[in-house]
Ligand binder design. Structure first.
Ligand code: ADP
Ligand code: MG
Length: 220
């Protein structure tokens, strides 16, 4: 169980996050939505333990993996090596590359990949270490609609094979509704949780159309 209690996070004199409290049980997908610049990545970095400069408490599972907004692969290494060097056992690496549609690309150096493929490699690398908590920061941003839909379907297939807790940052409510059980909407300055939306069972992970309609109804 991830337990987040961030009382205050500031940069210099500016308070960016205040009073953010939530829990994420094992096996749940939670989306963190909110406008660009509101503090989503900052919160994810606190949860990942990359930034300890805040007031509050965060406790969670020991095995955490993160896929950043930029794929951050080792550019001159092959796709397979990127997974192995992150600590993935060879058999698991091969399985993940298959699951994310990357088997053919295993020997390709990371700097030769399209953005869509690089994003999927980053996802495969995060999943391949069998995390209990997977942190994803806008993992499908700037992919075209078809590429994003494919990557989302591949993520769900991999997650179904081994469900872990997922915290997915996105500014796209349709994407949040397509993937998550629950959506926390961050808003304000400093940002706090403005709203919690439970995605109805009938919409949850049932594909883009239903999610798009649900997201539209939220905006109305
Ligand atoms: P989001 O991911 O929601 O787009 P961020 O968490 O990246 O937003 O940023 C939230 C705010 O904090 C922004 O105003 C950003 O400029 C500021 N910020 C982020 N990182 C730093 C930093 N290292 N130093 C100073 N300000 C920062
Ligand atoms: Mg961000």
């Amino acid at each position: 169980m991830l337990r987040v209690d961030v009382r205050e996070k500031s940069f210099a004199a500016r308070v960016v996050l205040a009073d953010i409290r939530f829990e994420l049980p094992p096996g749940e997908i939670l989306a963190l939505a909110g406008p660009s610049g509101c503090g989503k990545s900052t919160l994810l970095r606190l949860i990942a333990g990359l930034d300890r400069g805040f007031i509050g408490r965060i406790a969670g599972p020991a095995r955490v993996a993160m896929a950043f907004q930029e794929p951050r692969l080792l550019p001159w290494r092959s796709v397979r090596d990127n997974l192995l060097l992150a600590g993935a056992p060879p058999a698991v690496a091969a399985e993940m590359l298959g699951e994310l549609g990357l088997a053919e690309a295993a020997e390709v150096p990371a700097d030769r990949l399209s953005l869509g493929m690089a994003r999927r490699v980053a996802l495969a690398r995060a999943l391949a270490v069998a995390p209990d908590l997977l942190l994803l920061d806008e993992p499908f941003v700037s992919l075209d609609a078809a590429g994003a839909a494919r990557a989302r379907a591949l993520l769900l297939a991999a997650w179904r094979a081994r469900p872990c807790a997922v915290l997915l940052v996105t500014h796209d409510l349709t994407e949040a509704a397509a993937l998550a059980d629950r959506i926390l909407v961050l808003a304000g300055s400093p940002a706090g949780i403005a709203e919690q939306i439970v995605v109805p069972e009938a919409i949850r992970r049932h594909g883009g159309e239903a999610a798009a309609r649900f997201a539209m109804s939220l905006r109305a």
